[in-house]
Design a protein around this ligand. Structure first.
Ligand code: NAD
Ligand code: IPM
Ligand code: MN
Length: 357
């Protein structure tokens, strides 16, 4: 097998700690399977602002374009909250998603049986949870024109434009329908079609898509109701497809079902290099203390082996080791319960490595 090459972008806050563990686990799992890959580290976010004066250096983009996969920690933090909007650390991630044309963000929401009792929801409600959130990642209000606060007729105002084109909607809905085949065959398309023009186009396209994908059941749900159903009846969802902003918000909400946002991975896919990152941010409140849960990043690396590096075997090996670590009672502070074993970020990584088989 030809050797694959990945770019690792630690980013800011807890990024360095969690990507270090994900890389260590990836290397150990690859070795066990006789698989080889190389990696290089690149800067983005606040770290790049400090080093180069820009959040996303060209050199980082180029390296990502050439790589087989990108593993990212998280970017942003209070240190860079007051720079010019174009230079914000978060621009790095938005720029990477755009440069690599990563239009689909897959965010699987699952409940680890070992953690079900710990969910703020009743175990009988969360046990049935197996949701794939498919978030559109290249369009919508994130990338529309915007006006920063300015004075018009003596009044300060600002605006952000939400836009979606038919091709943008078609490609994400197609991917959602394809993902549903091989799962429960159900797609919930989430919008705000009772108010927004973009949502009405989205719904029209979804209805047309339903005619093409006869093996899939597509239904529509308003985003406000969806926010409620995710905690009331989360077991009723299979694939949930939605736009960029709604997907961002609903996936943090859905993370509560699993017990901690630190557990959840994501894959951002398009036609080029895939990008893999946990769904959480840089957690500045716990950065550098060894308190961060690395499992979301480790599971993101598993997704990278599955979707970009051509090894389902390594992906499944890492996922099984993560399941086992939780069954065996190892817990970072975010998921700690009395009587179990509290571990640091690094120890958690090591316990996963110990269970790779
Ligand atoms: P956050 O996800 O960083 O943190 C929210 C809460 O969850 C915090 O209490 C944090 O300690 C906790 N948390 C997050 N990840 C954890 C982990 N792995 N283990 C244990 N606890 C964890 O969200 P925020 O505080 O709103 O944002 C902080 C910064 O991160 C901001 O600058 C934001 O823009 C950025 N951000 C970046 C990304 C990304 O790079 N993909 C995603 C979200 C937020
Ligand atoms: C995420 C983050 C990003 C987003 C920010 C950091 C730009 O919240 O990946 O979920 O809003 O997409
Ligand atoms: Mn988010």
């Amino acid at each position: 097998m030809s050797s694959k090459h990945i770019v690792v972008i630690p980013g800011d806050g807890i990024g360095a700690e969690i990507t270090a563990e994900a890389l260590r686990v990836s290397q150990a799992a690859a070795k066990k399977c006789g698989y080889s890959f190389t990696h290089e580290t690149k800067q983005a976010g606040g770290a790049a602002i400090d080093a180069y004066g820009v959040p996303l250096p060209e050199d980082t983009i180029d390296a990502c374009r050439k790589a087989d996969g990108v593993l990212l920690g998280a970017v942003g933090g209070p240190k860079w909250d007051h720079v010019a909007p174009e230079l914000r650390a978060e621009k790095a991630i938005l720029g990477l998603r755009k440069s690599l044309e990563l239009y689909a963000n897959l965010r699987p929401i699952k409940v680890f049986p070992a953690l079900a009792a710990q969910s703020p929801l009743k175990p009988e409600i969360v046990n049935a949870v197996d949701i794939l959130i498919v978030r559109e990642l290249n369009g919508g209000i994130y990338y529309g024109a915007r006006q920063e606060a300015t004075i018009v007729n003596d009044v300060e105002l600002a605006w952000d434009r939400e836009g979606y084109s038919r091709p943008e909607i078609e490609r994400i809905l197609r991917l959602a329908c394809r993902s549903a085949i091989g799962r429960k065959g159900k797609v919930t398309s989430v919008d705000k079609a009772n108010v927004l023009a973009t949502s009405r186009l989205w719904r029209k396209v979804a209805n047309e898509m339903a005619a093409a994908f006869t093996q899939v059941e597509i239904n529509h749900m308003y985003v406000d109701n969806c926010a409620m159903q995710l905690v009331l009846n989360p077991g009723s969802f299979d694939v949930l497809v939605t736009g960029n902003l709604f997907g961002d918000i609903l996936s943090d909400e859905a993370a509560v079902l699993s017990g901690s946002i630190g557990l959840l991975p994501s894959a951002s896919l398009g036609d080029g290099t895939g990008l893999y990152e946990p769904i959480h941010g840089s957690a500045p409140d716990i950065a550098g203390l060894g308190l961060a849960n690395p499992l979301g990043t480790i599971l993101s690396a598993a997704m990278m082996f599955r979707y970009s590096l051509g090894s389902e075997q390594i992906a499944a090996m890492i996922e099984a080791a993560v399941d086992q670590v939780l069954v065996d009672g190892y817990r970072t502070p975010d998921i700690y319960q009395q009587g179990l074993t509290k571990v640091s970020t690094e120890e958690m990584g090591q316990q996963v490595i110990n269970r790779l088989k």
